[in-house]
Design a protein around this ligand. Sequence first.
Ligand SMILES: [Zn+2]
Length: 187
Amino acid sequence: MILQERPYIDFHTHKAVHAGEDDVMEIVSMHQHIKNEADWLTLGYHPWWLHEVLTKEALNELSTALSIHPRCLALGECGLDGLKGATREIQEQNFEAQLAIARALSLPVIIHCVRQFDRLLQIRRQWRDTKWVIHGYRRNVILTRQLLDEGIGVSVSPFPDMNSSFTEMLHFLPMESFTSKQTVTTE
Ligand SMILES: [Zn+2]
């Protein structure tokens, strides 16, 4: 089944009501229990809001929700944040526990990563068979090359004070990686 024909995905809108451009598919980031059946969504435990190691029950709940929600496309956001959230050890444990769920369910993972890219690349070694996309990506060409070499995707969007390093990185990204048509399909 092809889920959508629109070529671009907004990975991180907070709009509660669909108001997108015709060629943009929106994935809504929202708090639990707010329902909007019209939108595609992703589900995951964000590192900002976790202060403890996730319990088995919490992981089972996520796994079940991901399995049964008809409009859920991926696991996420999850990941590592060097400025906010729990200790590095707790964040990494929670991140890898969610990667295991994504692997078991063959779901892509939308990754939140702030100032932890070295560690992210190390962790990647054990998870190369899972599909990762880093959302809100703004880093330079050198790091981007490393990520693409590891098979990691990035999602990019314009922002008010775009610098030359960001635009240089945009030019570096392969043209064919700018549409979602090949990837957003499922059996
Ligand atoms: Zn994020």
